[in-house]
Write a protein of this length. Structure first.
Length: 499
C-alpha cells in the first residue's frame, strides 16, 4: 500500500510516530493509501527546519524569490493534469472540477509572482527639516497553514506562495483525508529552486495541529475549515501570541427576486448547490424565493437536478462525484431524512443512491428541500453536501432580514434585473462576499477572500492585499542626516560650488 510521509528540509521524510491514517478512494470505498500522522516531536523538527531556513530566506532579494515563483508557476502549469488526478483519486470530485481547483490556486501564485509591487513601501520626505519617514513591510518568520479536505490543492496555494513570497518560511498541515496533492506541490516548488526548509509539509491529525498552535517559533497561523474548529484555532493560537486568520463555515443564501430570470437562477442554483457534491464553503445551500415565484423556481431547479449525472470522478460523463467519507455521507443523509419531520417538503431525496459497479463508494444523490423553516436542522447547520434548502419570503425586506439573521456571513448572491435592488442588496446584506447574478462570488486572486460573523475569526481575509498584510508586519523608519553644507571645514575634493 502506498504511504504518504512528510516533506521537511526539501526532501521526503518517513513518519516516525508509528501512527497512520487511512486515505480512501471515495468512488470505491477502498483504502488505497496510508498517511503518516506526525507526533509533536516531528512537528517540532519541521518548525526548527523552517526557522533555520528563515535566517537566509527572510533576507533574500525580491528578485531571488520571484525567480523561484515564476519557475514554480511554470511547473504547476505543466503538471496541472497530474495534480487534478491526485485530487480526484483522494477527494472524489470530477476531473474538470479538480482542474478548476488547480487553476484557481494558480491565480494566487500569479499574485505572488508580482510580490514586488505588493511589498512596495511608502516614503515622505521633508516631514521636518532634513527628516524623512518611510513605511516598510517585513516578514514574520515561520508561519503555518492548516487546510481542509475539500480543496486539497487550491487552499494550500491560497497560503504558502504568498507567505513565501513575502519572505516567510512555511509549515503546511494538509487534511489527512487527501494529502497527496499538497505533497506534490511541495515537490514541484523544490524542483523550481526553492531552498530547502522554506516550505515543509507535515501530515497529521489533532496532535500536529495543537502543536503548531502552541509552538513558540510559529508566528502566525492560517486556517480554512468548519466554524467550531476555526473558533478553536483562533482562540488557542491567539492565546499563544500568534497572528491568526481562521476562515470558518457558511450557510450561503441566494436571494431570488420576482423580476429575476428564473431559468438563469435555476441554472445557478443547481450549479452552486451541487457542484463538487456540495462540499464547498461557498456552495449555495439556501435559496430564498421572494413573492409568488417559489413554486415555479422549485420546479425548474428540480427539472435540472434530475438530469445531473453522478459517478466516479475519473469518468468524463460524471458531473458530480461521491462524498469524501462514508461517515460524512451518512451524516448528510440524516439531514434529509429528518427534514420532513421538521416541516419541509422533500422534493428530491438523494439518500439511498448508488452507482452500478461502485456500490461501496460514498454515494449520495441530489436532495431538494422546499418550504424549509429557519429553525430546522437542515437550515441551521452547515450540511456540506448536495442538499439545497428553499425558503419563502413575501418581500425583499423579509428575505434580507432572513439572510442577515444567519450567524454565518461568508457569501451570498442576489438574482434580479433591477440595478437599484442589486445595489441596495450589496450594501445592506451582512456577508463578506456578494454576487449579483453570480452564484459563487469567489474573488479573483488580487481581491481578498473572507466572510463576516461566524465565517471568519481574525482581522485579515485570505490572499489579495489582506494576504500580503497578514504575512508581513509594518515598520516605520524616521531618519535625519546632517546637511553636508553644515559639515566641519576640511578636505573637500568635490567640485567647487558657487553661492
Amino acid at each position: 500500500m502506498k504511504t504518504v510521509h512528510h516533506w521537511i528540509g526539501g526532501q521526503a521524510v518517513d513518519g516516525a510516530s508509528g501512527s497512520f491514517g487511512p486515505v480512501t478512494d471515495p468512488a470505491t470505498g477502498e483504502v488505497t493509501t496510508q498517511v503518516a500522522l506526525a507526533s509533536a516531536d516531528e512537528v517540532d523538527a519541521a518548525v526548527a527546519t523552517a526557522k533555520a531556513a528563515y535566517a537566509s530566506w527572510g533576507t533574500s532579494s525580491l528578485a531571488q524569490r520571484t525567480t523561484v515563483l515564476f519557475k514554480f508557476r511554470a511547473l504547476l502549469d505543466q503538471h496541472r493534469e497530474e495534480i487534478a488526478r491526485l485530487i480526484t483519486a483522494e477527494h472524489g470530485k470530477v476531473h474538470d472540477d479538480a482542474l478548476g481547483e488547480v487553476a484557481r490556486g494558480l491565480e494566487i501564485v500569479d499574485l505572488a509572482c508580482g510580490i514586488t509591487v505588493q511589498l512596495k513601501g511608502e516614503l515622505s520626505t521633508q516631514v521636518a527639516s532634513r527628516v524623512d519617514v518611510a513605511s516598510i513591510r517585513q516578514p514574520l518568520g515561520v508561519v503555518a497553514g492548516i487546510t481542509p479536505f475539500n480543496f486539497p490543492a487550491m487552499v494550500p496555494m491560497w497560503m504558502f506562495p504568498l507567505a513565501v513570497a513575502c519572505g516567510n518560511t512555511f509549515v503546511l498541515k494538509p487534511s489527512e483525508k487527501d494529502p497527496s496533492a499538497a505533497l506534490r506541490l511541495a515537490e514541484l516548488f523544490s524542483e523550481a529552486g526553492l531552498p530547502d526548509g522554506v516550505l515543509n509539509v507535515v501530515n497529521g491529525d489533532k496532535v500536529a495541529v495543537d502543536r503548531l498552535l502552541e509552538h513558540p517559533d510559529v508566528a502566525a497561523v492560517s486556517f480554512v475549515g468548519s466554524t467550531p474548529i476555526a473558533r478553536h484555532i483562533h482562540a488557542t493560537a491567539s492565546a499563544h501570541g500568534k497572528r491568526v486568520q481562521a476562515l470558518g463555515g457558511a450557510k450561503n443564501h441566494m436571494l431570488v427576486l420576482p423580476d429575476a430570470d428564473l431559468d438563469a437562477a435555476a441554472d445557478a442554483a443547481v450549479s452552486a448547490a451541487y457542484g463538487s457534491a456540495g462540499e464547498r464553503c461557498m456552495a449555495v445551500s439556501a435559496v430564498v424565493a421572494v413573492g409568488a415565484i417559489g413554486d415555479e423556481l422549485v420546479a425548474k431547479i428540480k427539472e435540472r437536478a434530475e438530469k445531473i449525472t453522478i459517478g466516479p470522478g475519473h469518468d468524463p460523463a460524471s458531473e458530480m462525484g461521491p462524498l469524501i467519507t462514508a461517515a460524512h455521507r451518512d451524516k448528510v443523509a440524516g439531514y434529509v431524512a429528518g427534514a420532513a419531520a421538521q416541516g419541509a417538503d422533500v422534493v428530491l431525496d438523494g439518500t439511498g443512491f448508488t452507482v452500478e459497479g461502485y456500490e461501496n463508494g460514498h454515494w449520495i444523490g441530489l436532495s431538494l428541500l422546499d418550504k424549509v423553516s429557519t429553525d430546522s436542522d437542515a437550515y441551521r447547520d452547515e450540511i456540506f453536501g448536495p442538499v439545497l434548502c428553499v425558503l419563502r419570503a413575501e418581500t425583499y425586506e423579509e428575505g434580507l432580514a432572513l439572510i442577515n439573521a444567519s450567524p454565518y456571513g461568508n457569501g451570498t448572491a442576489v438574482f434580479t434585473r433591477d440595478g437599484g435592488a442589486a445595489r441596495r442588496f450589496q450594501l445592506e446584506v451582512e456577508a463578506g462576499m456578494v454576487g449579483v447574478n453570480v452564484p459563487i462570488p469567489v474573488p479573483v486572486g488580487y481581491h481578498s477572500f473572507g466572510g463576516w460573523k461566524d465565517s471568519l475569526f481574525g482581522d485579515h481575509h485570505i490572499y489579495g492585499n489582506d494576504g500580503t498584510h497578514f504575512y508581513t508586519r509594518g515598520k516605520v523608519v524616521t531618519t535625519r542626516w546632517p546637511d553636508p553644507a553644515g559639515a566641519p571645514t576640511g578636505v573637500d575634493l568635490g567640485f567647487p560650488r558657487n553661492h
